[in-house]
Ligand binder design. Sequence first.
Ligand code: SF4
Length: 142
Amino acid sequence: MKKILVSACLLGYKCRYDGKDNLSPRILKLKEDYILIPICPEQMGELSTPRDKSERKGDKVISEYGKDVTSNFIKGAQRALEIAQKEQIDFCILKENSPSCGVHFIHDGNFKGNKIKGKGVTSEYLEKHHFKIYNELEEIKN
Ligand code: SF4
């Protein structure tokens, strides 16, 4: 069976910044045909749950209270890449709009709910290493 690296919150893990999940029954059902490998880059970057909301601001990631958490996000991305390579995954499905996992869109850094084109830190890192990434709504062509 092919292997997919998946944002853990899409599978029902309560790893979001607010301690909730983003369960997607469609993504969870993929376990019938694929091996799903859950990751949460923010937890793997040693941030607690719940945690302060953060957004990308250029090359940095800043919490809503102004704390620079860029190094946590980079650590999480590096660990996600290690897992992707070790497990020899076939592709990824990551949560859109997240500062870690966003595939095509992220928030604009002003904490007002506005979205802009861009990628989360982990998505960007995995893509640079040639992994194919879908968001949770896209049709999977693998
Ligand atoms: S970092 Fe990714 S997996 Fe973790 S809660 Fe945020 S979107 Fe979900």
